[in-house]
Design a protein around this ligand. Structure first.
Ligand SMILES: Nc1nc2c(c(=O)[nH]1)N[C@H]1C(S)=C(S)[C@@H](COP(=O)(O)O)O[C@H]1N2
Ligand SMILES: [Mo]
Length: 507
């Protein structure tokens, strides 16, 4: 290779490295600015949020299937890899075409600023971190590329400057994150929250409410194991001090509550199994908890609901909107503003400090996390987030059942095998669960003792398993005598249906 060839190549490498360092510094400083203004609007977060809202359904489903609860981490990693590639290209281009490269760096920051403005709860100030990032990226890149290479002492200095700026990038990013933690200390707020004693505690668990069968889902789902489904790329940070709930719209009088007002109201407790509409047949997007909170119906009665209002729209601090039938909230079921689950304040990812819970309805039409606003409206006047994306306006939970043990494709020994799982039909309750082997006759299973109709029930059937490959199938009957729907349906647009079927090998 000729001498010019080598130096051109090393110039491009230096340009790419400079682009990466300038981008890192820009993102780090942006974190710091986001922390200083106390808004969760760092460039990667707003770009990621905008991407989530525009992701087509097939891609969202693919991501959840492939990455499950890691889908957000994968998206963020993808954004950082993309930014890194773009930054390297921009830096390399800048070594040859200075102006075009610098314009490219500025453009990346402007795209993030535009994304910040499209976020649902955006304020004008939210563009500041991305604009600062654009400035830092341009200035950093220009600075790093200033000295021409060639002289050995200069190039040594260039390496040093690059290293210092790279370190500054990491330091500012870390400092920005700590500043955000310090400004809204959710952990401290959670720790300081003393849970009130309920005036109406949860129903006592009768004997036999939990079957002691190995491999069955535990009756209560530990908060840390509870499925998480939301569009929040970074968990919204809200303390009890910052929290406020406004009840307005089609009401006689508006009500605004702070957290103290909430705690001062009568507190109730109720065990509820919550379910996501995206749960596939046999899936695990559901969980059971003991919920503690404030009854919603008396609060709405105080506000005076206009009889013409049929939709209650909850809005979260990050702008999610969820619409619930007013009739469901007012019909006597345990619809509540929950503040605790299983005896602990809500975890930040499950909506701390306050979320809605309405038994019998899928989460996307009932369970607003980080709830800050309740508006009485009409179904024909407002479409919430998921409805705008084609999901049904109203979605009661379908009767369903799941085999927890044996696992699909498991190998088991011939002889006595406990086939067991859970079944749910919130609001209607479960009256029977049946199992069949290889399409034979349906066998009644033994059920755990019912606690309330909003909870799943565990079931078990003792199988005398003969050798060979066998298909096990399950179906439930709800409290009204209706058999679980046999026809297979995908979750979209109102929840999956169909009897789960698994194959096991007995050998
Ligand atoms: N703010 C907010 N609340 C939300 C959502 C969301 O994306 N943002 N997702 C809903 C959906 S689809 C479900 S199934 C439940 C899940 O609650 P969990 O994550 O605590 O299990 O929250 C609901 N509340
Ligand atoms: Mo959901």
């Amino acid at each position: 290779m000729t001498a010019t060839g080598t130096s051109r190549k090393s110039g491009l490498v230096r340009g790419a490295v400079s682009g990466l360092v300038a981008a890192g510094l820009a993102l780090g400083v942006a974190e710091l600015v986001a922390g200083a203004i106390g808004r969760s609007v760092a460039p990667a977060i707003v770009v990621g949020g905008a991407a989530i809202d525009r992701t087509p359904r097939w891609l969202k489903e693919f991501a959840i299937e492939q990455f499950g609860e890691n889908d957000k981490r994968v998206l963020l990693a993808g954004i950082f890899v993309t930014v890194a590639l773009l930054a390297a290209v921009v830096g390399a281009v800048a070594t040859r075409f200075r102006r075009i490269g610098l314009a490219g760096a500025a453009l990346l920051g402007l795209v993030a600023a535009a994304a910040a403005l499209t976020r649902p709860q955006a304020r004008p100030i939210d563009v500041v971190p991305s604009l600062v990032a654009a400035l830092v990226a341009v200035a950093g890149l220009a600075f790093l590329l200033k000295d021409p290479t060639g002289q050995p002492d200069r190039s040594r200095r260039a390496v040093l400057v690059t290293a210092v700026l790279a370190a500054a990038a990491v330091a500012s990013g870390v400092a920005g994150r700590s500043l955000q933690n310090l400004r809204t200390n959710v952990a401290a707020s959670r720790k300081a929250l003393k849970l009130p004693v309920p005036v109406r505690p949860a129903e006592a668990l009768p004997d036999g409410a939990m079957l002691k069968v190995e491999g069955v889902s535990s009756f209560y789902t530990a908060p840390a194991d509870f499925y998480r489904v939301d569009t929040a790329l970074s968990v919204p940070r809200l303390t009890t001090d910052d929290w406020q709930l406004k009840i307005h719209g089609m009401v006689g009088k508006e009500i605004t509550l702070d957290f103290g007002d909430l705690l001062a109201r009568p507190i109730v407790e109720h065990d509820i199994t919550m379910t996501c509409v995206s749960n596939e047949v046999g899936g695990n997007l559901l969980g059971t908890a003991r919920w503690l909170g404030v009854e919603l119906a008396p609060l709405l009665r105080e506000a005076g609901v206009d009889p013409q209002s049929d939709q209650l729209v909850g809005t979260s601090v990050d702008g999610m909107t969820i619409g619930t039938p007013v009739s469901a909230v007012m019909d006597g079921r345990a619809a509540m503003l929950a503040i605790a689950m299983n005896g602990e304040p809500l975890l930040p990812e499950h909506g701390f400090p306050c979320r809605m819970v309405v038994p019998g309805l899928y989460g996307y039409v009932s369970a607003t996390k980080w709830l800050v606003d309740l508006e009485l409206s009409r179904f024909d006047a407002f479409d919430p987030y998921w409805v705008r994306r084609g999901w049904d306006q109203q979605a009661p939970i379908k009767t369903s059942s799941r085999i927890d043990t044996p696992r699909p494709l498991a190998r088991v020994k011939p002889g006595k095998v406990a086939v067991a799982g859970v079944a749910w039909a919130q609001q209607r309750g479960i009256s029977q669960v049946e199992v069949r082997v290889d399409g034979g006759s349906w066998q009644k299973t033994r059920l755990s003792t019912a606690v309330n109709d909003d909870l799943w029930r565990q079931w078990v059937w003792e199988w005398d398993a003969p050798s060979g490959s066998h298909t096990l199938q399950v179906r439930a009957v709800d409290g009204e005598g209706d058999i679980q729907i046999e026809d297979r349906a995908e979750p979209f647009p109102n929840g999956s249906s169909g009897w789960q079927s698994i194959v096991v090998t007995v050998a």
